[in-house]
Design a protein. Sequence first.
Length: 186
Amino acid sequence: MDFLHRHIEALIFCAPVPLAKEEIVKCLREMFQAEIPMEHIEVAISDLQDKYYGDEFAFALEHLAGGYQFLTKPAYQTSISILLRQQSQKRLSAAQLETLSIIAYKQPVTKGEVEQIRGVNSDYSIQKLLEKELIEIKGKTDGVGRPLIYGTSGKFMEYFGINSIQDLPHPKDFSQPENQIGEERG
């Protein structure tokens, strides 16, 4: 691995969120006071991904949420789940997960629309999701009172390990005809 590889590795390792290639280029440009070709960055990232793919590492360099981040490999899921269980204060409650699901699939959506689907007040859940930065305010509607519009954030994609909203499972994937009751109406 050469000098450029080590700098890119350090940047990705230190970044608290997935680091985009453009951000890497910007950092390296400032550090070296020279233009670094995107092709060199892409080759270095590919080399690093190959390096960490091997069994000697418990983590890998993954592409998610439009950037790159070091993540533990699935083989270590049990160890990680124990740690995560011990840090349960960061877990989502059932109400928060339900609210987040509605926002993810229906975005952009207002609090009123979320409450209409859930059938209960969602103030607390939305507030907690905003605090955890899993959702963000995307603007206001033109309707009466100009209610806020919510959508998912980049941290949402990082949290769930996806690159875009299109990577979410489709609702039809959850439909299991053998579990439905009654007749289908045409």
